[in-house]
Design a protein. Sequence first.
Length: 185
Amino acid sequence: MTKPPKIPESVLVVIYTPDLDVLVIKRADQPDFWQSVTGSKDALDEPLAVTAAREVAEETGIVVGTPEVPASALVDWHHRIEYAIYPQYLHRYAPGVTRNTEHWFGLCVPRRVDVTLSPREHVDHAWLPYREAAARCFSPSNAEAILQLSARAARPPEGRPPEGRPPEGRTPEGRTPEGRTPGSA
């Protein structure tokens, strides 16, 4: 049975700690190719966040949605790039498909967590300070995503106030300036 062609829409997930140490993994099929977690959608209607969480679990053994790594730790960076598929991977796609759209995510884990690699895909891993991790990546766009980490990690996810700050127009206890809590009359 032959595998169906890959869908030319994928995710790149930068896994990092609060200290901005970044996990990079070494590809099994290309000895000098270090990268972040990447992978394609399994179905056209698969939500990108589901693709990202699945690929993280498949490639590293890190499960998103656990007490240690809550679902809120996986953040869609709302950034996408389109690139030419490397010639050595074109056979995985339908005839005539030469470009892929990649969506960037960040996953903040509490510390350098243990990693269980999928040996058919990756043969080594390293936790590195983010600039070193970017320098090790074979893909310029992967390096760029990692280098954006210091600015992205300082910003709260969309719609949430920075840590320790109440939402605009609220006191630290969550009250409005008039002393009411949301939903009270």
